[in-house]
Design a protein around this ligand. Structure first.
Ligand SMILES: [Zn+2]
Length: 85
């Protein structure tokens, strides 16, 4: 029937937004049991993605620093050779 809302995970009937509360049901996707479970999963996923992004950025910074240190050591060695032939 038009306007019926069901939980998209377990299929539980939530209500009809044409008959019941329109604004509460129009964009509702999950029942009271599946909603918190889905939200917790999304939060864990987003936290994991955030940690991975941070780790990648930190690894890139570390790599740039190591490259700069190697270059500085080489330049210092070259300079010492030029100054004391
Ligand atoms: Zn459900």
């Amino acid at each position: 029937m038009k306007g019926d809302r069901y939980c998209i995970i377990c299929g539980e009937y939530l209500g009809n937004y044409l008959k019941d509360d329109y604004y509460a049901l129009l964009h509702r996707k999950y029942c009271n049991d599946c909603g918190p479970w889905k939200r917790a999963g999304d939060v864990r996923f987003n936290q994991a993605e955030y940690r991975n992004r941070k780790r990648n950025i930190q690894n890139q910074k570390d790599q740039k620093l190591q490259d700069a240190i190697i270059e500085i050591v080489a330049l210092r060695k070259l300079l010492a050779e030029k100054m004391n032939p």
